[in-house]
Design a protein around this ligand. Structure first.
Ligand SMILES: [Fe+2]
Ligand SMILES: [Fe+2]
Length: 260
């Protein structure tokens, strides 16, 4: 039964919570997941020192790891603006992972991570090349494997206006359904939300794992996901400041569709 540890929005930089980061790392080491997925926003402004700290942290997480960039991973400060426009992912590729799109296969799970950020416009874009690549990658999955897509921005609407989310989420979800994707993981909103879309795709959004940029009353959080032949279980783990540890804050169980 594959176990996925999904964390997001680490945000190394001024608003980083070092104590909570230690707790998350210890939880990863104790959980021994089959795959750890980090869905973007490793840094706050894409500064070199933030990237160095993020890399040192990631190296303590046992592989396999699936990583993809967030909108905050492009440099954003006056002296870096030219770099942001010309080579926005050079630092990410130097410090975090050699490619911005990547995939990891473990028994029972085929996971693809996609870069859905762009330098100027808010996130939520996939190029035609990325679509073709995703199609090829998911076609490689073994029969019965759970196809997982990880990206930074959200495909759900959170029942609210969604200013910086994925564009055309319904069209994206309809298309992902044709590829057989069962689970979509994202971050960005700093709010843990898990729902099943009208297409039957489970959407699991992780909160921010270790940034002090907390929103809507949620504490730091990560997702623990178990994939069995029959179901996908998403357990939200949220930091309890009083007890100084992460505790379960609800579990969502979704039956998987039977496939031939
Ligand atoms: Fe973020
Ligand atoms: Fe973000």
């Amino acid at each position: 039964m594959p176990t996925l540890f999904h964390l997001s929005d680490l945000h190394f930089g001024p608003k980083f919570n070092a104590r909570v980061s230690e707790l998350v790392l210890q939880d990863i080491l104790n959980t021994k997941p089959d795959l750890t997925i980090l869905s973007g926003d490793f840094t706050m402004r894409g500064r070199v020192e933030e990237y160095e700290q993020a890399r040192a942290y990631i190296e303590q997480i046992p592989p396999p790891r699936l990583m993809l960039p967030g909108n905050h991973d492009q440099p954003l400060y006056p002296r870096a603006m030219w770099e942001r426009v010309t080579t926005p992912w050079a630092r990410y590729q130097k410090y975090i992972h050699a490619t911005v799109d990547s995939c990891v296969e473990i028994p029972g799970v085929y996971a693809v991570g996609i870069n859905d950020n762009r330098p100027i416009l808010p996130g939520g874009f996939w190029s035609q090349e990325q679509r073709a690549w995703m199609t090829r990658e998911f076609a490689r999955a073994e029969r019965g494997a759970c196809k997982v897509l990880a990206m930074h921005h959200q495909l759900n609407w959170n029942n609210k206006r969604r200013p910086f989310g994925q564009w055309f989420p319904t069209a994206h979800l309809n298309w992902l359904k044709t590829l057989g994707v069962e689970l979509v993981l994202n971050g960005h909103m700093h709010i843990p939300v898990t729902i099943r879309s009208a297409q039957g795709i489970v959407l699991a959004q992780a909160g921010t794992s270790m940034s002090t940029r907390l929103r809507h009353g949620h504490n730091n959080a990560y997702n623990l996901i178990a994939v069995t032949p029959d179901e996908i279980r998403v357990r939200i783990m949220e930091h309890d400041p009083q007890q100084d540890k992460f505790l379960p804050r609800g579990e969502h169980v979704f039956p998987r569709e039977k496939r031939d």
